[in-house]
Design a binder for this molecule. Structure first.
Ligand SMILES: Cc1ncc(COP(=O)(O)O)c(C=O)c1O
Length: 390
């Protein structure tokens, strides 16, 4: 009994401080008090998975052929469905055998990718603010993240010309993510061409995270792989989570350059045993079935966005009304940091927001709200925030 010293590994002890911890504690306190919180903090669709997808899962789950270990790279049907989707939606034609791999949600693939290509001392270029997995798993793989600030004045695009020559020389991967979390920004015309030129010049792999490709309010955002030359340098991570309200199902795909896809596959073969076949067959139903439900959902999110952004703008807030994703940045009123504003919204208005600093220091100046609540709740959130007279 006792005695044994249990010490966490350095990679865990050295994780950056978890900025949401303070907010989580406040949230729990408010909940304990019985406070009615409107949670606009998390990017998790409140709408259910479309019924034809649930039916496909139920049928596939009843079929004993789907109960055994799945293939590491995914069923042929799933990879073909993903390739057809890429072709129909983006005009990108892919070989489903060599250029597509099924993944257990895009987070899994994003997390494993650096292990295939990053050696100790290699640099990985990560957006700041950005999805935390890029940098954390770079560190786990022994690499060094180098943060590229995303500034409002630059449309939240990284300035690749500002990357020091010495950093570019050591860089192995560049992460890009448009539509972006947390800023909701889109890639401006010409940006992907610049990325390809940078990658070619410095021999850098481009890893494009397209988790929000189908959540748009105006024109559909492109795939990085549409860009001339992108296929030689890039891999793209896709997800069914947000498009089909399937965050809990854990399924997506990675596609692009054959060697990059194969490298990810080698890591996965050694770590996991693939995605449950029944879920893959449900994903096939999602990708190849009628997309009307996705369009209907976009209309719902657009209405919600208009309630939230319109209301806050009318109340005098500096709101960055998004053209895509379900995120909205709101600029902090004078004198408040992102954490302070988040705490105020929570304790005084019962509205849960996310400080954009939780995604990196360059998020200072903003809080992030989502439209993952119905119109009535969003309207109430606006009223409660207005009443604070910030
Ligand atoms: C930018 C971004 N990429 C990837 C993911 C992961 O999505 P999933 O693992 O559900 O496919 C998320 C989830 O919130 C995200 O915000």
């Amino acid at each position: 009994m006792g005695g044994m010293k249990i010490e966490l590994a350095n990679r865990i002890r050295e994780l950056p401080p978890y900025l949401f911890a303070h907010i989580d504690a406040l949230k729990n306190e408010e909940r304990k008090k019985g406070r009615d919180l409107i949670d606009l903090g998390i990017g998790d669709p409140d709408l259910p998975t479309h019924p034809h997808i649930v039916e496909a899962l139920a049928a596939a789950a009843r079929d004993g052929r789907n109960h055994r270990y799945p293939s590491y790279v995914g069923m042929m049907e799933m990879r073909k469905a993903a390739a057809s989707f890429m072709s129909a939606r983006f005009g990108v034609s892919l070989d489903p055998v060599k250029e597509v791999i099924c993944v257990i949600g895009s987070k899994e693939a994003i997390a494993h990718f650096p292990f295939a290509f990053v050696n100790p001392g290699d640099v990985v270029l990560c957006p700041d603010p950005g999805y935390p997995v890029y940098a954390t798993l770079t560190r786990f793989a022994g690499g060094e993240p180098y943060f590229l600030p995303l500034r409002r004045s630059a449309g939240f695009l990284p300035d690749l010309d500002a990357v020091p020559a010495e950093v570019a020389r050591r860089a192995k991967i560049l992460w890009i993510n448009y539509p972006n979390n947390p800023t909701a920004a889109l890639a401006a015309p010409g940006f992907y061409e610049k990325v390809v030129a940078f990658a070619q010049k410095h021999d850098v792999i481009v890893a494009s995270d397209l988790a929000y490709s189908e959540m748009y309010y105006e024109s559909p955002p492109p795939s990085f792989l549409e860009t001339p030359g992108a296929r030689e340098v890039g891999i793209e991570f896709h997800s069914l989570s947000k498009t089909y309200n399937m965050t809990g199902w854990r399924v997506g795909w990675a596609c692009g350059n054959e060697k990059l896809v194969a490298g990810l596959g080698q890591v996965k073969t050694n770590v996991d045993s693939g995605c449950f076949d029944a879920i893959q067959l449900a994903a096939v139903a999602a990708l190849t079935g009628d997309q009307a439900a996705v369009a209907a959902q976009r209309a719902i999110y657009r209405e919600r966005r208009d309630v939230l952004c319109g209301g806050l703008a009318q109340a005098g807030f500096d709101v960055l009304t998004p053209k895509a994703s379900f995120y909205t940045l709101v600029a902090n009123p004078k004198g408040l940091t992102s954490i302070e504003l988040t705490a105020k919204l929570l304790t005084e208005a019962g509205v849960v927001a996310t400080p954009a600093t939780g995604f990196g220091p360059s998020g200072e100046g903003f809080v992030r709200l989502t439209v993952c609540a119905d119109k009535a709740r969003l309207a109430e959130a606006v009223e409660r925030i207005k009443a604070l007279r910030l």
